[in-house]
Ligand binder design. Structure first.
Ligand code: MV4
Length: 444
């Protein structure tokens, strides 16, 4: 096992990793930008190294600075958290070459799964259901036209280097296809330095359900149930829950089997998420695989009674992960508390938190780096924390969430708390009658 881990991240996820390291008896090194001098992760790690000015590109994304910090502190491994360098193949590769264990997938795996058209084609070949469309990249608009005719309009053009909703174009009719293909491809070239596109049938108002998996170097791959992440706004998730209220146990079993099949076929190691779209008939289709720990991982931890970060560290050190019962107990929600004003189109509201009081009691978990007097810098994401609420079933968790929000006080910045309180009164939400269009429909 490692003696010392460097956490190449900030905010709540840096703190989350530090907590598990402490519980495992592993020393921790925080890195911080000049804007994060007073940040909680900087204070709670055993050592902290300043890696540059406020700008991410000069600090949290600056590979030489992070490796220098690892070298001078003698850290043997680096946990990247999510975002920043978590899915950067070059970083994973340079860590490998520097004899520092990257707690995440190999550079090769990051490249394979980061190429969305290739990932989809790989999954299709081993029998994982995928959205009907092109098998891999399409080279021109004429080819796109042929495939669109086969699967039927509307279709979606997706950038192969995109993901998470970036670089997508809906095409409703053949007459638009040529123009849209050129525009989308140019956009992809500008945004990702890669013009490759693939095409899919457009699934109307799907639900977004993802399977948590974990693989180790001994050939084990396990699935830990699903998370329903359909409550999103502009591809930013706001509420996640597990189990998904619309997935039957038969469908769950099929989705888990598909995710394990896909992961095993590429010898996947570490924590991963297999994303599916689910239509109104409970048909599910693979769309992407994420090779990182995700923001919403705690809801899986709560119902499965496991520490996913601990498992990541065990796997990275060559250990074998135990096969837990993997029977979910109860129901869990995550509510993302962002420094944003929901009354003004969720515009960012950084600044000083004059006072913060977190809810507590049975079934409540707060993953947050915020404290009274902390200033949220405007340079990074707006996440103040995650309220994670566990209950014996969905309705119990909802009652508990409502009472938790009554206790949750934040003064000084606008937050998404009032938004969550409105959702908790929404009839469709209460009846589990929602899909990815929920926010658009209800909060215009
Ligand atoms: C789709 C889709 C409909 N049909 N693909 C958006 C994020 C990216 N991971 C995939 N996305 C979508 N892909 C097909 N063939 C609709 C979406 C989509 C979406 C997916 C998940 C969660 C929220 C979403 C919001 C709008 C569109």
């Amino acid at each position: 096992m490692f003696n010392k881990i460097l956490i190449a991240n900030r905010g709540e996820i840096a703190l989350r990793v530090i907590r598990t390291c402490k519980e495992m008896g592993i020393k921790t090194v925080a890195v911080y930008s000049e804007a994060d001098r007073d940040s909680m992760h900087t204070m709670f790690a055993d050592e902290a190294v300043c890696i540059g000015p406020y700008s991410s590109s000069e600090s949290y994304l600056k590979i030489p600075n992070i490796l220098s910090a690892a070298s001078i502190t003698g850290a043997e491994a680096i946990h990247p958290g999510y975002g920043f360098l978590a899915e950067n193949a070059e970083f994973s590769e340079i860590c490998e070459e520097s004899n520092i264990k990257f707690i995440g997938p190999s550079p090769d795996m990051i490249r394979k799964m980061g190429d969305k058209a290739f990932a989809k084609s790989t999954m299709r070949k081993v029998g994982v259901p995928v959205v009907p469309g092109s098998d891999g990249v399409i080279s021109n608009a004429d080819e796109a036209k042929k495939i669109a005719e086969e699967v039927g309009y509307p279709v979606l053009l997706k950038a192969s280097a995109g993901g998470g909703g970036k670089g997508m174009r809906i095409v409703k009719a053949e007459s638009e296809l040529h123009k849209q293909f050129q525009a989308a491809s140019n956009e992809a070239q500008a945004a990702f330095g890669n013009p490759d596109m693939y095409l899919e049938k457009f699934i109307e108002n799907p639900r977004h359900v993802e399977i948590q998996i974990m693989g180790d170097s001994h050939g084990n791959v396990y699935a830990y149930g699903e998370r329903d992440c359909s409550i999103q706004r502009r591809h930013q998730k706001l509420i996640e829950e597990t189990p998904s209220p619309i997935i039957s146990s038969a469908t769950r079993e099929k989705m888990e089997k598909a995710a394990i099949l896909g992961a095993k076929s590429v010898n996947y190691e570490g924590a991963g998420t297999v994303e599916f779209l689910v239509d109104k008939y409970q048909n599910f289709y693979f769309i992407e695989m994420n090779t990182r720990i995700q923001v919403e991982h705690p809801i899986t931890e709560m119902v499965q009674n496991i520490d996913l970060i601990k498992n990541q560290i065990i796997v990275a050190s060559g250990g074998e992960i135990e096969d837990p019962p993997r029977v979910p107990i109860g129901h869990c929600f995550e509510f993302r508390i962002n420094a944003e004003d929901p009354d003004f189109n969720f515009r960012p509201s950084p600044g000083k938190i004059e006072m913060i009081h977190f809810p507590g009691g049975f079934g409540i978990r707060n993953d947050s780096h915020a404290y009274s007097g902390y200033t949220i810098p405007p340079y990074y994401d707006s996440l103040i924390g995650k309220l994670i609420v566990w209950g014996v079933d969905r309705s119990h968790a909802i009652s508990r969430a409502k009472r938790a929000f009554e206790e949750f006080l934040i003064k000084g910045v606008k937050t998404t708390i009032p938004f969550h309180q409105k959702v908790l009164e929404n009839k469709d939400f209460l009846n589990s009658n929602y899909d990815t269009s929920f926010i658009e429909k209800n909060f215009k």
